[in-house]
Write a protein that binds this ligand. Structure first.
Ligand SMILES: O=C(O)[C@H](O)COP(=O)(O)O
Length: 331
C-alpha cells in the first residue's frame, strides 16, 4: 500500500513557486504533492474535503534549540502534528461572529468532535494544546475519548502556584497513563472586535458583502476594534514557535485544538502561504489535519479519513508501527 501511494504521489508531483509578500520570504517555494480527489470548494488547499489526501513538503523551519534539555533533536526522529478546528458552536449555528466570546459546542459540534477523534484514533498524541475557550477544549476532550490508547487527557492548571500545587499527581504510573492538556489564550480565535455577537448575514446586508469579506478574510485589515489575521498570527504563530515546535523537536506528538483563524495563521506559517493565498484558506469545523514533522520540515498529510484508511498508515513507518502496537494491545 505504501508503495502504490508513494508511486501515485510521485506521478502527480507539482512544484509551485509562490511570490511571498514579505521581503525575507521572497524566494520561498512550496513543493506540493496532490494525491486523490480534490475538493472543488476548497480552492487552493483542499482542506475542507474530508476524503482529500494531500501532502506537501515545506522548506525547513528555523529550529530552536530545545529550551529544557538543550539537546539537538535526533536526525531520524519524526513527530505527528494534528490540527483540529473546534466542532460547531452554538454561535456558529446561529451564524454570529464569535471571536473571543466563550461559547460551547452544539450537539452537532459534539458529534463532529467525536468523529474527528475516530479519524485520529490510531495516531500518537503525547501533548495537547488548546485555546482557553471552551469550544476548543470540549473538542480536544471529546476527540481524545475516541483514542485507542485510552490515556486520560488532563488540563494543567498553572494559573497560580496554588492551582499548580493542588492539581499535582503523585503516581508516576498514573502520570504515564495521562496526556497533559496545555491551555493558551494565544491560540484563541482572533478577537472580532465590535462584530462579536452580530449576525454575519445582517452585517453583510448593512455594510456590504465586500466589506465584510475583507474584515473576515483579508490578511491585514482588522474588523472595527478587533484583530486582523496578521495581528492574530503575531501571538498564535509566536506561541507555536516558542512552545510547540520545541516539543516536536523533542519527538513529542502534538495535537492542537483551536479556531478557524488562529489555525489559519499557523497553517499560513507551516505552508508558507502568502497573504493572498491565505484569503482562500477555509477550515471546516471538526476536521483534523495531519502534518509530519521530520528533520526540521513540516510535511502536510491532509486529513486522515478514518481509522481503517490504509493510506494513513502508509504516511510513515513510525505511524504504521504505532498502529500495529495498538492492534496488539487492543486485541
Ligand atoms: O469567530 C467566528 O465567528 C468564527 O469562529 C470564525 O469566523 P469567520 O469564518 O468569520 O472568520
Amino acid at each position: 500500500m505504501a508503495t502504490s501511494t508513494s508511486q501515485h504521489a510521485l506521478s502527480s508531483i507539482k512544484l509551485l513557486s509562490t511570490g511571498c509578500l514579505h521581503p525575507d520570504k521572497r524566494n520561498c517555494r512550496v513543493l506540493s504533492v496532490s494525491v486523490g480527489r480534490r475538493c472543488p470548494s476548497a480552492r487552493n488547499l483542499g482542506l475542507l474535503c474530508a476524503s482529500n489526501s494531500q501532502s506537501s513538503v515545506i522548506e525547513p523551519v528555523q529550529l530552536p534549540r530545545s529550551p529544557k534539555s538543550g539537546v539537538t533533536p535526533k536526525k531520524s526522529g519524526e513527530s505527528a502534528l494534528i490540527l483540529i478546528r473546534h466542532g460547531e458552536s452554538l454561535w456558529n449555528e446561529k451564524n454570529l461572529f464569535t471571536g473571543c466570546v466563550d461559547v460551547p459546542l452544539t450537539p452537532k459540534g459534539v458529534d463532529e468532535a467525536i468523529e474527528a477523534g475516530k479519524r485520529i484514533c490510531n495516531i500518537p498524541v503525547d501533548v495537547i494544546y488548546t485555546s482557553s475557550l471552551i469550544r476548543a477544549q470540549m473538542t480536544a476532550m471529546l476527540a481524545m475519548m475516541q483514542h485507542r490508547r485510552k490515556k486520560v487527557p488532563i488540563i494543567l492548571h498553572n494559573e497560580s502556584e496554588q492551582a499548580h500545587m493542588w492539581s499535582q499527581i503523585y503516581s508516576e504510573e498514573t502520570k504515564k497513563q495521562s496526556i497533559p492538556v496545555i491551555t493558551a489564550w494565544q491560540l484563541n480565535e482572533r478577537m472580532y472586535g465590535e462584530l462579536q455577537g452580530l449576525n454575519k448575514q445582517e452585517t453583510a446586508d448593512r455594510f456590504g458583502k465586500e466589506q465584510v469579506h475583507e474584515w473576515r478574510r483579508s490578511y491585514d485589515i482588522p474588523p472595527p476594534n478587533g484583530e486582523s489575521l496578521e495581528m492574530c498570527a503575531e501571538r498564535a504563530v509566536a506561541y507555536f514557535k516558542d512552545q510547540i515546535i520545541p516539543k516536536l523537536v523533542d519527538g513529542k506528538h502534538v495535537m492542537i485544538a483551536a479556531h478557524g483563524n488562529s489555525l489559519r495563521s499557523i497553517i499560513m506559517h507551516l505552508d508558507k502561504l502568502t497573504s493572498q493565498e491565505v484569503i482562500s484558506l477555509e477550515l471546516s469545523t471538526g476536521i483534523p489535519m495531519l502534518y509530519i514533522f521530520k528533520e526540521g520540515k513540516f510535511i502536510r498529510r491532509g486529513s486522515p479519513a478514518g481509522p481503517s484508511e490504509a493510506g494513513v498508515y502508509a504516511y510513515t513507518k513510525n505511524l504504521a508501527q504505532y498502529r500495529q502496537k495498538l492492534d496488539g494491545i487492543v486485541q
